[in-house]
Design a protein around this ligand. Sequence first.
Ligand code: GLU
Ligand code: MG
Length: 437
Amino acid sequence: MINNPLIFAALSDIAGKTRGKAFPVTDLDKRMRKGVGWTPTNVMITCFDAIADGPFGALGDLLLIPDPDALVEVDFRDEGPLERFMLGDVTELDGTPWELCTRSVLKGALDRLRTVGGVDLLSAFEHEFQFKGPAAPLGEAYALTGFTPRRRFGETLMAVLEQGGLVPDTFMKEYGASQYEITNGPGRGVQSADHAVILRELTRMTAARLGEQVTFTPIRDPAGVGNGVHIHMSFLDGEGNPATWSADNPAGMSPVTGSFIAGVLKYLDCILALTAPSDISYLRLTPHRWSAAYNNLGFHDREAAVRICPVATSNPESIARQYNFEFRAGDAAASPYLALAAIVHAGAQGIEDGLPAPAVTEEDLSLLSAAELEKRGYIRLPQSLDEALRRFEGNKTVCGWFPGDFAAHYVTHKRGELAFLEGMDQATRCAAYEAAY
Ligand code: GLU
Ligand code: MG
């Protein structure tokens, strides 16, 4: 059959959905200059396709400009077509970044980090997801018997990610029912978030080519564990040398790392609405699910909001290169651009304010009394999206990190998402998110 190959120009929006428009490959040069038309109201389309009551209505025009650095071309070498998509930025018609462009918001946060901290961010998103369909048999947690039935999927995905410009790292059977984890190598600046968007889409496509479906929903079964997105971070100084570790701090944090993490923990309750942005995200962020329930820094502890990760060496130069910390209070309902932007702004604020490095915990904070928690400066994180949104909109410093009316529009969108769920029981809400993500 005749065909004219298409490229899908894509963005990752407030709903954490990858949306866009396709154009013929032959028009690529033109489209990289002039973009494709985009509509402001689209930013109010929630993950359930309902449009939140935004201010834009039928008015306005924008451009989605595809970025050649984020072009993905994958040939599965089956009967299906080549997959081609290209991430990009949303601009006004005159080319200035649109204040609700998530990728531009992240670029702004990374610029701020460089200005206040003199460092660039290296990061990698670690993703958990589940196969849909009937629950797998019990006894497969981390097991070869759980891995083997998915070997074909895992091997195809590894090849696909490589074609998509990522460095595949590991594929494993996670603890939860039909739950798997995929990791890839770090990227500098905005690239790691591009890679997270690409990884989610290529994982879905790979499953679909094999006749299956996966979901990155924050939690599928409230009685089980959730699907986390853990963001590993480290810093490079102006010369490109590692700047995250210092032997002077007992937990190994360099001054810039200590202040950055202190900022993330200080503002965590106010940025949670951006990193864990669904109604059901808060079922996952509860004690004893290996996610995060308090604003603590853990040393090799998987129940901490931020965890200092292990290094596998005693050589100081190798430690400096390997040393990284991980943000664990995030999930795939968040656009990677927005989750990372919120974390980076909070960290940059910590650097700007010269906050001292936080103490590390190696204990179960859920066993402490409210008075003890308060004495040690810890808070229980918000337990609903509504509460998280109120903390976000109530903090002028945090809202001020974002351009123009971004914060207000974000809250409007999320309140529209919550309105859609009104009257639904927990199982129906989980099912709705499972379908959406
Ligand atoms: N599934 C856990 C979460 O929701 C994480 C498990 C792990 O440490 O890999 O974040
Ligand atoms: Mg995991």
